[in-house]
Design a protein around this ligand. Structure first.
Ligand SMILES: Nc1ncnc2c1ncn2[C@@H]1O[C@H](COP(=O)(O)OP(=O)(O)OP(=O)(O)O)[C@@H](O)[C@H]1O
Ligand SMILES: [Mg+2]
Length: 293
């Protein structure tokens, strides 16, 4: 949603990331405003995840700065989380042998004041904070629809639920901005539609959203603005309509004009996905290839 006077939440200025001779991200300027859902698209290897890693302190950009609500962020992941930016990963990173609830509680630790000694001694302050944390974690599990699985081990969840749990864990740090790296990768069309609703609901709670996706229907339905990264450079940025119609984007990435017509093809996809899930009894755990994701 764009308001008359946009308030920037995230501002990346001239962000460049080089790995030896390879420039993965080149002089990217990028803004996300309060209340917005912004999509970041581009071919495999375009530098999207690398850009996320620069925004979240996982990588120290070779050049450029990243600001959150007007303050330049130090390139340290925990400080970025503390400042108010949360993220999910292209390749799911959950604690496989922890329960669903415990995974969300891990995400809360940046927001709890109780220190290590208090936790070890389990004093009254710790117990009170622990109870409040658990209540908040359960609220988030209800929000994503996984409260009934609070005591399941995360590794036993179907793939789509693991992705949702990662979102709940990210939300547990009470961010003002959430970055989602391919949130629907490996999901069937029904799960993708549910995730679309979830992203709108997150935005409606006052959290700005920046998402990377290859599912064009998902991106163009959701996003107030879409930026296209090609070979590390921002090629085009604009509304879904503008980006879908841009000939450079079509040539570099989309291939043909995007048509958001669901219908038969989608129904067939749902059936195929369900048949595949029935056949294997479970789903895989990785989405796409790559390192440092
Ligand atoms: N830590 C690293 N060291 C060296 N090269 C890297 C590193 N991380 C990423 N790259 C390179 O940077 C380029 C961009 O990769 P990146 O993962 O950011 O692409 P992407 O747009 O996220 O692609 P995909 O859609 O496949 O996830 C690739 O050529 C990749 O090999
Ligand atoms: Mg990526």
């Amino acid at each position: 949603m764009t308001t008359s006077t946009p308030t920037p939440v995230l501002e990346a200025r001239n962000v460049t990331m080089r790995f030896g001779g390879l420039t993965a991200v080149r002089s990217v300027d990028f803004t996300v405003n309060a209340g917005e859902i912004v999509g970041l698209i581009g071919p495999n290897g375009a530098g999207k995840t690398t850009f996320f890693n620069c925004l979240t302190g996982l990588y120290v950009p070779t050049e450029g700065t990243v600001s959150y609500k007007g303050t330049v962020l130090p390139p340290k992941p925990h400080l970025v989380t503390q400042a108010g930016i949360a993220r999910t990963f292209q390749n799911i990173r959950l604690f496989a042998n922890m329960t669903v609830l415990e995974n969300v509680l891990v995400g809360r630790h940046t927001r709890t004041k109780e220190g290590l000694w208090s936790a070890l001694l389990r004093g009254p302050g710790f117990k009170k904070a622990e109870k409040a944390s658990e209540e908040r974690a359960m609220e988030l599990l209800e929000f994503i629809g996984l409260a009934h699985k609070r005591d399941h081990l995360s590794r036993n969840l179907p793939y789509g639920e693991q992705r949702k749990l990662e979102i709940a864990r990210a939300l547990a740090s009470e961010p003002g901005l959430i970055l989602l790296d391919e949130p629907t990768a490996g999901m069937n069309p029904q799960e993708t539609r549910a995730t679309e609703e979830l992203v709108f609901a997150i935005r409606d709670k006052g959290v700005a959203v920046l998402l990377i996706e290859h599912d064009m229907r998902f991106v163009f339905n959701l996003s107030d603005r879409v930026a296209v990264l090609v070979q590390g450079e921002k090629l085009v940025e604009g509304t879904s309509e503008v980006v879908q119609a841009d000939e450079r984007v079509i040539a570099a990435y989309l291939g043909e004009p995007f048509e958001g017509a669901p219908g038969e093809a989608e129904a067939a996809e749902v059936e195929a996905a369900e048949a595949a899930a029935d056949a294997t009894g479970t789903t895989s755990t990785t989405s796409t290839k790559g390192e440092g994701q």
